[in-house]
Write a protein that binds this ligand. Sequence first.
Ligand code: FAD
Length: 391
Amino acid sequence: TAPIVVVGGGLAAGTAITELRERGYTGPLVALTDEPRLPYERPPLSKGYLMGKDAPDGSLVHDRAWYDEHDVDVRTGTRVEAIDPANRTVLTRDGELGYRSLLLATGARPRRLALADDSGAPVTYLRTFEDSTALREQLRPDRRIGIIGGGWIGLEVAAAAREAGASVTVLEALEQPLLNVLGGTVAEIFADLHRRHGVDLRTGVRVERITSAGAGAVVELADGGRFEVDHLVVGVGAVPATELAEAAGLTVDNGVRTDSALRASAPDVFAAGDVANADHPVLGHPLRVEHWDTAIKHGKVAGANLAGGAEVADALPYFFTDQYDLGMEYVGNAGPDGFDRVVVEGDVPGLNFRAWWLRSEADGERVVAGMHVNDWDAIDEIRSRVGGLTS
Ligand code: FAD
């Protein structure tokens, strides 16, 4: 019999494989990843691992022995070149492989910045274990690190670089870092945090030119600003890895479109994690999020359904970050303009507080998102309040 084939070497793939075996699927199972490593999680790549605190293998979903024991044929360094849903095959350099069902867990890739790529300057886009390993070498007291993009990756790298003693400049096009995710009130708290830790955070700036200079780079801004760095990190978002799905004629729209059971538009093809733009039964619209927790939740649902189950992916988005002494968890999806006001409760200067994003509706004020900073008992209350009305 043809195997269930999982494409990808991230957390969605790893979780789906685990779920398939835990659900009692004992048939053939093949995982194909173009990376040299077994499936792994990425959050440590901009945090503990980047700071030299986490062991390299800590981020693996399972070690090799687990896959052997569970009879999972994981082929690393194996890129899937095409999928053919009509004939139920995938193509790799080793030839065609038939499948009985297929999971696309191809994730996302960093959005490239031509200004940086064309400059010849040393640039890191942080996505893989190898990217993080190489960047670690740059985070030293004698280094000047320039970071383009004040999003999660940019800010986490800034924190890691400061903790390593490097000097750090962050360039953000908007008036605040994270403005589109958090809105001004909470974004300001993150901006202050980084400035207090010595980051030269420049907001509302546009990078006009990058040139290589010696072993480093010169960055020129539209406002006339000009400075030198030893290394650049670009964190300007990610794009879903949809090329296989597109070439096969699957419905693709900001990711592989799926229903809430993570079924794509061809029979027995599923998509999960960063690549999936899935109908969300609670929110009532499709949602694609690039979050660790979604990779797990999607992986479980996809694994269950590949094993013949009938589950839906209905979890609210959950996200966490760690920067310096700030740990945060966020539930919901307020987006840049999905809310009318933000209420912050607690001790902001002491970095121990909760924040709520509220939207006015006909029947009252709805909580569209909630988060806490360093208030580790808060998460259950946040989960229970998000989606409901304020009383
Ligand atoms: P991915 O992890 O991207 O895995 C996709 C896999 O598919 C990759 O191995 C890729 O190489 C492989 N692949 C793609 N195309 C092919 C092909 N044709 N053939 C074979 N293999 C292929 N989220 C949080 O919630 N909190 C955090 O603090 C956080 N920190 C992060 C830090 C970093 C540095 C990064 C990069 C991400 C972070 N995230 C965080 C996001 C989180 O890691 C992602 O949401 C998660 O990795 C998504 O998992 P995935 O399995 O869907 O995709």
